[in-house]
Design a protein around this ligand. Sequence first.
Ligand code: SIN
Ligand code: CO
Length: 408
Amino acid sequence: MTSFYLSKPYDPPQAPENLPLERPWALLGGISPKSFMKSYWHKRPLLVRGAIPAFELAKQMGESLNSAISPEELFKIAGKDVVESRLIKAKPWSFSDGPFKKTSIPALDLPDWTLLLQGMEARHPAAAKVLSWFRFIPDARLDDLMISIAGPGGGVGPHFDSYDVFLIQMSGRRRWRISEQKDLTLNTELPLKILQHFKAEQEWDLEPGDMLYLPPHVAHDGISLDAGCQTWSVGFRAQSYKELLQEGLWRLAESLEDIPELEKHFADPKQAATSSAEQLPEEIIRQVAQKLKDLKLDRVATFLPGIAAYLSEPKPQAFFAGPTQEYSPEEFKDSLKTQALRPHPQTRLLALGKTIYCNGEDMTSGQTASIQKAWRSLAASKQVQGNLGGAPAESSLFEAFEAGWLIF
Ligand code: SIN
Ligand code: CO
């Protein structure tokens, strides 16, 4: 392997705003995003050699290309307490949570360790760009981009995830062994989620630029073959139905606070004399059914705002600081004419029709048309710039900017 320091860092391109969904793409092994979703997504693994052709091209030209992020930069990031990081050692298995001092991370050529860094899209523009390639998959499904860096032999052991994951090899080689085995029993004696009986069915050595897509529950084991092996994993989460319904329902329950009419007490002037006093009265059942119907609580559309708000919640570790320079609402509106406003890398945006949710909150209801339009552009294109016209300077856009959710 060529040393990191003699090679050029790979500069990933930002994906075009409108990804061509029907065009074959090297990233997906020469098939279109449309065919990938139809044949592989959430169904079966796909190995892609040369998913990032730049690595092979560089090799042909006698150049050496390496990860966009150097080991030093990764170690520095591992030292921050706002970053979720884990250090895993094999033989015997052990693990610890970060932050890590540089001195507690083994040297690159020492064997059997790996360092995992979550949420890297918020820490390095190259990781954010790589993530932009996957916007043919709904944002609501996205979890984050994790980077692992390892010494030879390093890995997290044979396991399975409940996530869809694209494992992109960015530096050094990694041997991936996978199995679609039914037996997913974990070894309860280990501090990590490691399968008790892993029987590899397929095995490949991935070179820089290669990629392996795995749907949930495919058992896999990736072992680093080189010092400083880097794998970038783009992970897509899927919540349990219980989580979706509970989160949607409690937000819906909270929204009933805003309906003064519901403060009125139940009245039963029509209650007849009863011989079964222990039974819940018919009158309550009838009236509650009517209320559910009047408030459309018996329709799925009523639950969706709560679910959309929930799915737009940022990661629990997300940290937003307001702008460093103070802006009045008018100065903010003026700046927007010449500067693009973008979501902070840890901000999550989600649209439900024309309503936009940002970090768990509805940002568009009750706002003027031009503010609503700005939010729709932020959600769809991840940026907005221009004249807000007659929109009031005080708006949900300004509030989100003040909170550090949106940045210039
Ligand atoms: C790794 O990058 O080392 C582990 C990723 C995974 O197996 O999920
Ligand atoms: Co995994």
